[in-house]
Design a binder for this molecule. Structure first.
Ligand code: F3S
Length: 283
């Protein structure tokens, strides 16, 4: 059986880097290790790390109770206040914020200093957006829908800088920018959407259109995996959505010569490898 594994399957660069950082700290750090929030939205990984002694901090209050150890900041990043808090607590800080997210923090800082209000296109409740807001002195605006964009208003003469949550949908970003641009403000727009999601989808589409069966691996609640599944299903009727190898039930009665594999953004390599090996050996 020929297997085509997507190069972009699974963790993006930023998440992989953050997860690797935690494993490195497990080897090196002395004292307890914490991540501020789960390092990745994958229970298997978080549990495995827990077994190695890595605890997840879920709130600022929990952070305030620490007096020693190492705290790792995950790829989504955090606001400046959290850095200050960690300094005050005297704990060791390891910053695994994705460099693409860090760049948005710097933009927000700089453009605000240039007298612009910051508007983030994204979901206000998402930790990445909360983190970006945490680098603004004045309250930043957040717009997620076309309706919110229509209702957005600033006093005339005010200046605006628009950035985006890294995982926001590009078409929707453009539509929102178009609505706000018509309002006549002095605007600069910086498209800070990360290409990782789009690249993963494009590659999945290409592979699915070329194989006899396609396997998409990811959590059942993972919206980016569901999206990958939809994309692949359109190209290849014989597409399977599995969470792990246990769910795989390839219908081998049909003549399958080539199988494609991709995975959602929070699927660890280990699971992808397992599925790949199994398909290669068993069929
Ligand atoms: Fe991942 Fe960083 Fe992009 S966390 S999705 S590589 S912004």
């Amino acid at each position: 059986m020929e297997v085509r594994l997507a190069k972009t399957a699974g963790f993006c660069f930023g998440v992989r880097r953050a997860v690797d950082t935690v494993y490195e700290q497990v080897e090196q750090a002395e004292g307890p290790i914490y991540t501020y929030g789960p390092i990745v939205h994958n229970e298997t990984v978080v549990q495995e790390l827990e077994e190695k002694g890595v605890k997840v901090l879920n709130s600022e209050e929990e952070l305030k109770s620490l007096t020693s150890g190492t705290v790792i900041i995950r790829a989504h990043g955090v606001g400046e206040k959290v850095y200050e808090l960690l300094k005050q607590q005297g704990v060791n800080l390891v910053d695994a914020t994705c460099p693409f997210v860090k760049k948005i923090h710097r933009i927000a800082r700089k453009e605000e200093a240039n007298g612009r209000h910051i508007l983030i296109i994204g979901n206000a409740k998402h930790p990445e957006v909360e983190g970006i807001r945490g680098w603004c002195e004045k309250p930043a605006y957040v717009v997620e829908s076309l309706e919110e964009a229509e209702n957005f208003a600033l006093p005339m003469g005010e200046k605006l800088c628009i950035v985006s949550q890294t995982t926001f949908n590009y078409n929707k970003f453009e539509d929102i920018v178009e609505i706000i641009s018509k309002k006549g403000y002095d605007i600069i727009v910086l498209n800070t959407i990360c290409s990782a999601t789009e690249e993963r989808q494009t590659e999945a589409r290409e592979i699915a259109s070329d194989v006899d069966a396609m396997i998409v691996i990811g959590g059942s609640h993972s919206s980016n995996t569901q999206k990958l599944f939809e994309i692949c299903k359109k190209e290849c009727e014989n597409t399977y959505y599995i969470q792990s190898l246990d769910d795989l039930d390839l219908k081998t009665s049909q003549s399958i010569r080539c199988v494609g594999i991709t995975a959602g953004a929070s699927t660890p390599n280990k699971i992808i490898e397992e599925v790949q090996k199994h398909v290669r050996i068993k069929f």
